[in-house]
Design a protein around this ligand. Structure first.
Ligand SMILES: [Zn+2]
Length: 264
């Protein structure tokens, strides 16, 4: 047990990284190498849509045991043809450790609001039927998110509210629907982020680490391409905010992610 604990204290899980994105085409091997050197042992790769699936699959094949698949349809990819996209996403579910990323995004437009809600609720049902966690993306959609979670809740609903940008209160309301972790990434390192306050108020037992790479790069590399090795900047910031050691941040968040994705 001691040996196992030691490993968990020093290793991190990037619960949200789009390593298959073309931004990594020039040097993906080195990106993976740097992540491993930084202590990252597992990456969860959330799906976006049909057009990005082949690249994701290639990445999963290339880094077995390191990259793990989530299957689903991203809310910003929900358009008029969402039923075909959903059929495709469902057909790729074998071997997935989660249904994701799914959710609601009304930041850009509400044109497909009805369709987004339909697709989200349909995929929550898959997670229930397949007994898998969900990776939820929510942007400019908190009332609708809470309504769908309330409507679709089931006893083992669990997952991550990824790139959380809401308050502690909204997080708690979402947790009435299921057992959720708050996905914390680079945004926590930005100056004056309201998120800092939310993280301060939230128990480490409810937090998991993520980069959302190649996007949402933490300070000091904000504006450049993100990668999993930069989890170190995120763990450092969380440790400062919560006034606990970096080891404690890493140990607890890794345990959280392991329990969610890799233990039945
Ligand atoms: Zn994402």
């Amino acid at each position: 047990m001691y040996g196992k604990q030691r490993i968990q204290d020093n290793t991190m899980i990037d619960t949200h990284v789009h390593l298959y994105d073309s931004a990594f085409n020039p040097d993906r091997d080195q990106v993976v190498e740097r992540a491993k050197n930084a202590g990252v042992t597992h990456c969860i790769l959330p799906a976006i849509n049909k057009s990005t699936y082949a690249a994701m699959q290639e990445c999963l094949k290339k880094y077995p045991g390191f990259c793990h698949k989530a299957s689903g349809l991203h809310p910003t990819s929900v358009k008029a043809d969402f039923r075909q996209e959903l059929d495709h996403a469902y057909s790729t579910m074998a071997g997935a450790v989660a249904v994701g990323e799914i959710g609601l995004d009304f930041y850009w437009s509400r044109e497909y609001e009805r369709e987004q809600i339909n697709a989200f609720e349909q995929q929550l049902e898959w997670a229930r039927d397949l007994d898998l966690p969900v990776i939820i993306h929510s942007r400019s959609a908190f009332p609708e998110l809470l309504a769908s979670l309330k409507k679709c809740t089931y006893p083992c609903m669990r997952g991550i509210l990824h790139a959380w940008s809401g308050s502690r209160e909204v997080f708690e309301q979402a947790c009435r629907g299921g057992y959720f972790f708050m996905g914390i990434g680079g945004v926590v390192t930005f100056k004056n982020a309201r998120l800092a306050e939310t993280v301060r108020e939230t128990d480490l037992k409810s937090i998991v680490l993520e980069t959302d790479a190649p996007w949402l790069t933490p300070v000091p590399y904000r504006g450049k391409r993100n990668e999993s090795a930069y989890l170190t900047f995120i763990t450092r910031k969380i440790s400062l905010l919560k006034d606990v050691s970096i080891e404690k941040v890493i140990g607890q968040t890794t345990q959280n992610a392991l329990s969610l994705f890799f233990k039945k």
